[in-house]
Design a protein around this ligand. Sequence first.
Ligand SMILES: NC(=O)C1=CN([C@@H]2O[C@H](COP(=O)(O)OP(=O)(O)OC[C@H]3O[C@@H](n4cnc5c(N)ncnc54)[C@H](OP(=O)(O)O)[C@@H]3O)[C@@H](O)[C@H]2O)[C@@H](O)CC1
Ligand SMILES: [K+]
Length: 573
Amino acid sequence: MIKVGKLMNKERGHATVAFARSWKKFPPLKHVAIVWQTKAMILTYSSSFITHLLALPPASTSTSTGAVSSSLLHRSPQGSFGSILRYKLRSYCSAPVNRGEFMASNIKVVQNPDSISYLNQREAAEVDEILMGPLGFSVDQLMELAGLSVATAIAEVYNVKDYNRVLAICGPGNNGGDGLVVARHLYHFGYKPFVCYPKRTAKPLYTGLVTQLESLGIPFLSVDDLPMNLSEDFNILVDAMFGFSFHGTPRPPFDDLIKRLVNLQSCNEVNKKPSVIASIDIPSGWHVEQGDTSGDGIKPDMLVSLTAPKQCAKSFSGSHHFLGGRFVPRSIVDKFKLELPSYPGSSMCVRIGKAPQVDISSMRENYISPEFNEDEVDPDPFIQFQKWFDDAMAAGLKEPNAMALSTAGKDGKPSSRMVLLKGFDKDGFIWYTNYGSRKAKDLSENCYASVLFYWDGLNRQVRIEGCVAKVSEEESQHYFHSRPTGSQIGAIASKQSTVIPGRDFIHQQYKDLEAKFCDGASIPKPNYWGGYRLKPEFFEFWQGQTSRLHDRLCYFPEQANGTNIWKIKRLAP
Ligand SMILES: NC(=O)C1=CN([C@@H]2O[C@H](COP(=O)(O)OP(=O)(O)OC[C@H]3O[C@@H](n4cnc5c(N)ncnc54)[C@H](OP(=O)(O)O)[C@@H]3O)[C@@H](O)[C@H]2O)[C@@H](O)CC1
Ligand SMILES: [K+]
């Protein structure tokens, strides 16, 4: 056995190979290669997500994970991706594997900071060694994922408009490398990053990261270039000086830089400037285990722990503690008995503990979108809808076919709920439901309804209003039998919108029906289930713009020379 710890800093490459050969406990991992080009974030993340997905227990297919997987299948713009995933899911579901135990612990929601695992310095280094030894990761790969997760956490908390100018202060080790990666991603997210990197490392990984930043025109500033009060020039200060290998007291020039971050906070108190410090993995200068022992160290507003929080993070008192580095495999979780929060959806980071209380009245987004003009919309609103729907698909938005349906019965009292669009053409927009539901009752009394699509990532919404009628029995039959068996049984089990005695009741109904139809015979569509089609009489295409000056282009039906046409009018925002 080779002592890798001794070699890690200087000879990581050789040590990795030697270590991999001698390490018996960790068999080589199988990687799933995914090509899916929607957003860079998703592209980078996909393989770990799929690994995660493949390890899920079969029971999860009925819950949110099922929704994610099915939406992924539908959203994949490349058939090969969909078929790889389908194949893997099929073989996973049919294989009698014993992965439940691991995933049961891995997907557990651990949001109470007191029950989360914290690593000491030795364990943090050991995790690093195992990842880059027997588990086959490379340092640049982990650094990229770590840096991306830090950048996404920063962007989640500090919006690009109010916190545009970012200074990444990078140290000589991998924590500094993370900082370089963060600067690059923040640039692509629309921030204006600057980098202070006073002790450069000559290794190709680092020179490459510097070249990448230089090619984007990101300025490198020397310590002398920086103002004493960093909050004068920057909104976010990314503290990437030291990570878990820090020891002793900071040497120049980092001692001075740390002082500036400390003084910045007192300047902030006086000037009420909104500069914030986001520390990567460890607040630099803090003891890795004991934290800010002197009490006069930096006090970051945000800490993004990587892989698992280090012990010093217990005394972090800023508003935003996140975990990033979503690449921790099962063997590491088991070996170190890690209790970590589960990452939501496809996110690269997860908040630890509660989000700080906010004043809801102050929450507002300043939308930044391209202009949306009359000369670029299609004269046909159905074609225009298809264009925007395609954009929402291409942007990888989750469930772009989700729409809020509003109805009102004869009492005139409106009610809204989300339903899924299942198709549209010149005749209208279709969804399926239970004909005994409240919406069905409303529609039987008043055929007028509206649907609203909101595509957050694109700052767009579409309103469509018109009269609703049932689709033909043939269409309902066809769609019903195209649904997964579970959804078919669910439709029969649930007398939608009726009062039921409890959760168990509906699950028992489902189980009974599942047993009844276990022979694989076709499940008959109940006559109380079917589709509706809204025939549009009005469309509005809305695109959010700065200062509330949104674009609103509407289509109204008119008669011209005996034919029906759509007249486009702009409404005031
Ligand atoms: N698997 C993971 O978890 C992942 C970890 N990642 C990241 O790696 C980080 C750990 O990186 P790391 O091991 O390179 O150490 P790091 O803390 O950056 O600095 C070491 C440098 O600082 C120097 N130095 C030390 N003390 C000093 C002092 N008092 N004053 C001045 N200098 C001092 C030391 O010099 P030396 O003392 O050895 O001469 C050496 O040059 C980790 O926290 C995380 O951010 C991700 O990239 C990927 C996934
Ligand atoms: K740091």
